[in-house]
Design a protein around this ligand. Structure first.
Ligand code: 5AD
Ligand code: SF4
Length: 440
């Protein structure tokens, strides 16, 4: 049997896509290997969100080139966003790469591999208006068997000025809800305890056919209703679309986790306008206020970009003050990186010096560290329901898992197993982790 090695870069959507790719290839007679050196086919599923993400992949590709010298029969394919963004240019620049396939071309992978002969290269970067891979049952590549991603939609129609995603993943389309529910039920039957529903902007999920019409809040309820022991999470929400209905649904449904990731990007209205985010600081803070009112213990996280085009010191300070006002539990923080083809690349100057971007990013990181630590300290003494996910990396006698609010908790094991829910009292913390003890 031919062996396939898959390596994934970038976001959770890419992890979910690699699971679809694995399923397609296994159905075509391949088996998975964890060792690149023994593979007949290597797929690298790539990310284009920032320039350094692409650089990392380019370096890794060089390592696979060395493997190809040892085994000339080895086929190397580049999948995902870099394949889509660079198209044939990637095959010209990386001449030993055999195949490139964009995010909507994965059904054709086995056929493309079969057609690779005599050093020929193959490319399929056609984007689709319909492909959701809804009939494909993903092969889970993670090993914990507790928590899984379910992709509920693909693509993005928002065209934020900085973002390459609409160009690499195409137009937004939602997946048939019956297939989403079936996938969740299948996961439960295999022992999974948590699903995360994924999309670039899950709040605009919508589906209608002759049998039903359903929005995102209704989909969440439907998935949560399958089993009260299944934790349901979702990512990512766009602040302009997060509805009262969604916040109420989370508040009312015990097994929809009290944790919301709401990328703000900037706390200044002029910057938000230049970014084409279509909400204001005031709108965003109003959403946060409603979340805090209806779900008082809600975990809150965000994404922030430092040094977007034209960002002044005052505008940057508005981001800092918003962060302090919200008090996030966690944030993904980035320096702005210009991406070809985006509105910002075409119309705006990337004029904030790297040195300044870096300083602003550091300031943002420090504010976030302080906020994470302060929030964790507030939780000391409280008891949380924790889903046991793994043996801790530090010590074999410790487990790690997450609270409903998505905080990582580490604690000494008793006779609990991975996949169990345990009650844990928080005893101490760092900015990143809570340390606790199981209470009977
Ligand atoms: N530069 C820096 N960060 C970016 N992101 C998206 N595009 C860029 C870019 N060009 C960040 C945003 C987004 C997250 C997934 O990545 O914060 O929410
Ligand atoms: Fe990018 Fe905006 Fe789409 Fe998010 S919603 S992926 S930031 S275009």
């Amino acid at each position: 049997m031919k062996k396939l090695f898959v390596e994934t870069y970038g976001c959770q959507m890419n992890v979910a896509d690699s699971e679809v790719v694995a399923s397609i290839m296994i159905n075509a007679g391949y088996e998975l290997t964890q060792q690149a050196a023994e593979a007949d086919v290597i797929f690298v599923n790539t990310c284009s969100i920032r320039d350094n993400a692409e650089k990392r992949v380019r370096n890794r590709i060089q390592e696979f080139k060395a493997l190809k010298r040892i085994n000339p029969q080895l086929k190397v394919g580049i999948l995902g966003c870099m394949a889509e963004r660079l198209k044939n240019q990637l095959l010209e620049e990386e001449i030993f790469v055999d195949l490139i396939a964009g995010p909507d071309a994965y059904r054709n992978l086995p056929e493309m591999i079969n057609q690779l002969q005599d050093g020929r290269q193959m490319a399929n970067v056609v984007l689709s208006l319909e492909e959701t891979y809804d009939d494909i049952s993903p092969v889970r590549l993670d090993k914990n068997g507790v928590s899984a991603f379910i992709s509920i939609m693909r693509g993005c129609d928002n065209y934020c000025a900085y973002c390459v995603v609409p160009f690499t993943r195409g137009h937004e389309r939602s997946r048939n809800p019956q297939t989403i529910v079936a996938e969740a039920m299948d996961l439960i039957s295999k022992g999974y305890k948590e699903v995360t529903l994924l999309g670039q902007n899950v709040n605009s999920y919508h589906w209608s056919d002759s049998s039903e019409k359903i929005n995102f809040s209704e989909l969440l309820k439907k998935v949560a209703a399958i089993n009260p022991n299944l934790r349901v999470r979702f990512s990512t929400s766009h602040p302009k679309d997060i509805s009262d209905e969604l916040i109420e649904t989370i508040a009312e449904t015990p097994n929809i986790c009290n944790s919301i990731h709401l990328p703000v990007q900037s706390g200044n209205n002029e910057v938000l306008k230049r970014m084409k985010r279509f909400y204001t600081r005031e709108w965003y803070l109003d959403r946060i206020a409603l979340i805090k009112k209806l779900i008082p213990d809600c975990g809150l996280s965000t994404d922030i970009i430092a040094g977007f085009c034209g960002e002044t010191e005052e505008e940057h300070q508005d981001t800092v003050s918003l962060m302090k006002e919200v008090g996030y539990d966690y944030a993904f923080m980035f320096m702005y990186s210009e991406r070809p083809d985006t509105l910002a690349a075409k119309k705006l100057d990337d004029d904030v010096e790297v040195k300044v971007k870096n300083r602003r990013l550091q300031e943002i990181i420090e504010v976030q560290q302080a906020s994470s630590l302060a929030n964790n300290k507030k939780d000391l003494g409280k008891i949380f329901s924790v889903l046991v996910e793994a043996v801790s990396k530090r010590s074999k006698s410790q487990f790690s898992g997450r609270t409903d609010q998505n905080k990582v908790m580490v604690f000494e094991t008793n006779d609990a197993k991975i996949g169990d829910y345990v009650r844990v009292r928080a005893l101490s913390c760092t900015a990143a982790t809570m340390i606790g003890e199981i209470v009977e």
